[in-house]
Design a protein around this ligand. Structure first.
Ligand code: ADE
Ligand code: ZN
Length: 339
């Protein structure tokens, strides 16, 4: 079975993608020159060589340093457009993307610069590439809840206009449990936002339970360590909560020692609504299709399992029910035709 051509031909959604994590070394160099930003690298090769991580924090240090070249609206537009073009080439029809406004406002780049640059590219991607999209504002969990609230208040005009569709929680997981942001997530739900949170990437299963019970999230980002708690697994499965799993990210950040040991198949076997995603593709060595191919080969996933993963990406998305059904029907027809 040619996994790449099978999965490329199926309409898919990507639900876990940090736009700043799609900053390729070539673009980082180009923007550093364009904006006259000093960087500690002289070549694309030097940048790639620096992308060696032993855990999440290692990666985050380089990720926050990399985003320092993003200064004006055009930079955010170019970054987002480059990602959408890659997504279109992979046969992705819908994306729900994250950005980290606090990673920009804390270094003096206005909230509107990042947000409007990204939204302009998402609008053009819809027109020119036919990719639908939603934007999810992520709160940095290593900062305080009050700082999160300040960002949420800044976002209110875009939330009122439905230009920002969701609130997420990312950055350093260990030591920053979901409960730290309970009031903020309650306010976000009140404002009509969809809610997601990174949980169980490095943190314990209890953080996944807290994201569900204390924050009321609609979806869990990663969720790998939920498997350590069978009662929680049963609840997540019964509730139909999607997990946005990121195989190459887990490998590079050493959440798993090899893809052969990746929990994705066990998640499917347990009835969890697992999806495949790329997280920070420029740092972890692959976009969406690369993740599908790598994990399918390592775990020997068959056609029904691949089709379930693709269906889960649509079912786990925040698209309306009728649009979801259109994509699901297309998947069923394409799988039947491919077989
Ligand atoms: N920010 C960008 N990528 C992340 C990840 N994988 N985990 C937590 N925060 C992130
Ligand atoms: Zn992530």
């Amino acid at each position: 079975m040619d996994v790449r051509s099978l999965v490329r031909g199926l309409p898919k959604a990507e639900l876990h993608l940090h736009l700043e994590g799609s900053l390729e070394p070539e673009m980082l160099m180009r923007l550093a020159t364009r904006n006259r930003v000093e960087i500690p690298f002289r070549s694309v090769e030097e940048i790639r060589a620096a992308y060696r991580f032993t855990e999440l924090q290692d990666f985050l240090d380089i990720y926050y340093q990399g985003m320092n070249v993003l200064r004006v609206e055009e930079d955010f537009y170019d970054l987002t457009t480059a990602y959408l073009e890659r997504a279109a080439a992979d046969g992705t029809v819908h994306v729900e993307v994250f950005y980290d406004p606090q990673g920009h406002t804390t270094r003096g780049v206005p909230f509107s610069t990042a947000t409007d640059g990204i939204l302009a590219a998402l609008d053009d991607g819809r027109e020119k590439l036919g990719i639908t999209s939603l934007l999810i504002l992520c709160i940095l969990r290593h900062l305080s809840e009050d700082e999160g609230f300040a960002t949420f208040r800044e976002a209110e005009p875009w939330i009122a206009d439905r230009r920002i569709a969701g609130l997420g929680l990312d950055s350093t997981e260990k030591g920053h449990p979901p409960g730290k942001f309970q009031r903020l997530f309650a306010a976000a739900r009140e404002a009509g936002l969809k809610l997601v949170a990174h949980a169980g990437e490095e943190g314990p299963a209890s953080y996944v339970a807290d994201a569900v019970d204390l924050l009321g999230v609609d979806r869990i980002d990663h969720g790998n360590r939920a498997l350590e708690d069978p009662v929680l697994v049963r609840r997540l499965s019964d509730m139909g909560i999607a997990l946005t799993v990121c195989p190459l990210s887990n490998l590079r950040l050493r959440g798993v020692t090899s893809l052969e040991r990746h929990p994705l198949k066990r998640m499917l076997d347990a009835g969890l609504k697992a999806t495949v995603n790329s997280d920070d593709p420029s740092y972890f060595g692959g976009y969406l299709l690369d993740n599908f191919v790598a994990v399918a080969e390592a775990l020997d996933l068959d056609r029904p399992e691949l089709s379930t993963l693709v269906r889960n990406s649509i079912e786990g998305s925040f698209l309306d029910a009728s649009t979801r059904q259109v994509h699901l029907d297309r998947i069923d027809r394409a799988v039947a035709a491919h077989g």
